[in-house]
Ligand binder design. Sequence first.
Ligand SMILES: Nc1ncnc2c1ncn2[C@@H]1O[C@H](COP(=O)(O)OP(=O)(O)OP(=O)(O)O)[C@@H](O)[C@H]1O
Ligand SMILES: CCCCCCCCCCCCC/C=C/[C@@H](O)[C@H](CO)NC(=O)CCCCC
Ligand SMILES: [Ca+2]
Length: 558
Amino acid sequence: MEKQPRLLASQLFLKNSVFEVLLNGVLLTWKEIPANKKVVSGSIHHPFKVGTSHSVSVSEILAVRELDVGGGTNDDGRWQKMPQKLTEAYPYAFTVSYVERARQHRWRCSDVTFHCSDGALRQQWIQTIREQLTALTSRPKHLLVYINPYGGKQQGECIYEQKVAPLFACASISTDVIVTEHANHARDHLKTEAELKKYDGVVCVGGDGMFSEIVHGLVSRTQRDNGVDQNSPEEKLVPCSLRIGIIPAGSTDCICYATVGINDPVTSALHVIVGDSQPMDVCSVHHNNTFLRYSISLLGYGFYGDVLADSERKRWMGPARYDFSGFKTFLTHHHYEGAVSFLPATDILGTPRDKTRCRAGCFICQHNGQLYSGDSPDESKTAPDVSDREYEVGWGVVRGKFLAINAASMSCACPRSPMGLSPAAHLADGTTDLILVRKCSRFNFLRHLLRHTSKDDQFDMTFVEVHRVRRFRFTPRHCQNDSELDLRENGKQLFSQICRDHPACSCSPAYSSWNCDGEILPHAAIEVGVHCQLIKLFARGIEEQPLFEDLANPPCAL
Ligand SMILES: Nc1ncnc2c1ncn2[C@@H]1O[C@H](COP(=O)(O)OP(=O)(O)OP(=O)(O)O)[C@@H](O)[C@H]1O
Ligand SMILES: CCCCCCCCCCCCC/C=C/[C@@H](O)[C@H](CO)NC(=O)CCCCC
Ligand SMILES: [Ca+2]
């Protein structure tokens, strides 16, 4: 039989007032007792003064600790200044650390200290709160942490030591920390060496590229342990059991931003501590039956591929490299020819033009997740060869000249674009939004780009179309033979050939490259499938904002 949570109610002192403090297994509530009703005296109160009430969900309590009133410090060694009168009359105190919501989805750690005159009563409170915290089985106890010291503004180690490690310590989470020494260090360690059984989760300190390393390490390890061949595009992949936490310290931080609502290290650390869980879709990318990479946020050919290719040469600029290369790529205005075939997700809830957004506890993700969790991403239909099976049942084909071909498996919201590339995309619905931007004037393309920074609909333009799909395939026009096409070699050769043939023309190169979550793919011809809810993050999705933000955690009038 399940143990009933213990109910505890006492009158305790807090900041010179008496509070009725209640713990019921779900909530910890403290409510000021109006002075005329107090059974204990100690402070001056107007009898009709309105008291305040606070509630904290037990699931959002980080820790409780004894406060050594006499010594003036708590067991963290932090100095506590208390009124002498209170110290003398109520020498037994304990501090509860809990999550408090601040502006723009930020979470902060707050402390509240209660005082009482009885040591046994204090022990009872501490013990009961600890029991209730121990009963929260989704909380991690032991974490493996990878820090990229070179991500973003190169602040990874400092952010972890100063902002995150103290919070993990406060919540009694133990960690094994690895500061990476080279690119793919974390991926390869996870793939082959890490003793994963020891941990309840993996945390990365860095940007989207670092997160991608963790995903590749964990997904590959899970497939290998389960005998699944990643090279087969039709294979159903086995979901990873360990959750991943992201402490943002990168340049774009779009995964963190779109799953938490802000790129803030303290907020992310608190989501890890409370043991949140957010499933996420992962796209597998193949070329000619060979596995290339996984993508969680953006797969972009044309504009975003070119921005990335250019910006990689300017890493020394830090996050500003994307603005510089973005502007330069916009001016070059290259378009690329090819054919996109795709399998629309027809049986699901939601469309890319919806006004509703994927938020914490998203019903659409739950519904579509159940629909897709049992079957393989291909739905037993293989991708048609666009050259001769154009009208394959269920598949659509679009040919033409494109400025950009983007697949957003989630909104891709980030500080640059708070609504994202596809504002109505879902984190865990088993689909990706395929956005095709056809060749148009620079002016129109600029209008389209600018709409990513406002609430205007970037898809409401004649040269843009968007499809919610389960699979897609891209074949560049100049690709004679998919298996032969290697961008690094053939693409460059072909481009230089075209430009030699037409020296005065401002023609576009034959190939762009795919930007796969910030990594360049070596092939232009790719096949993509969405794997519904393959991984889980220590996050809960973006919480709905309260109507009036200032009242996010209001003191209720009694
Ligand atoms: N010790 C290291 N030395 C060099 N490169 C590293 C090291 N550790 C990780 N990396 C690589 O650095 C790349 C960039 O890291 P990261 O994603 O953390 O920052 P970013 O690129 O600035 O941010 P974003 O990906 O959000 O744009 C990653 O692809 C990762 O593989
Ligand atoms: C003239 C004003 C134009 C404003 C246009 C703003 C549009 C911004 C959309 C941003 C979409 C970001 C998608 C995220 C991609 C990440 O997986 C990847 C790795 O971090 N970042 C980039 O490729 C970095 C890509 C940076 C692109 C600018
Ligand atoms: Ca999705």
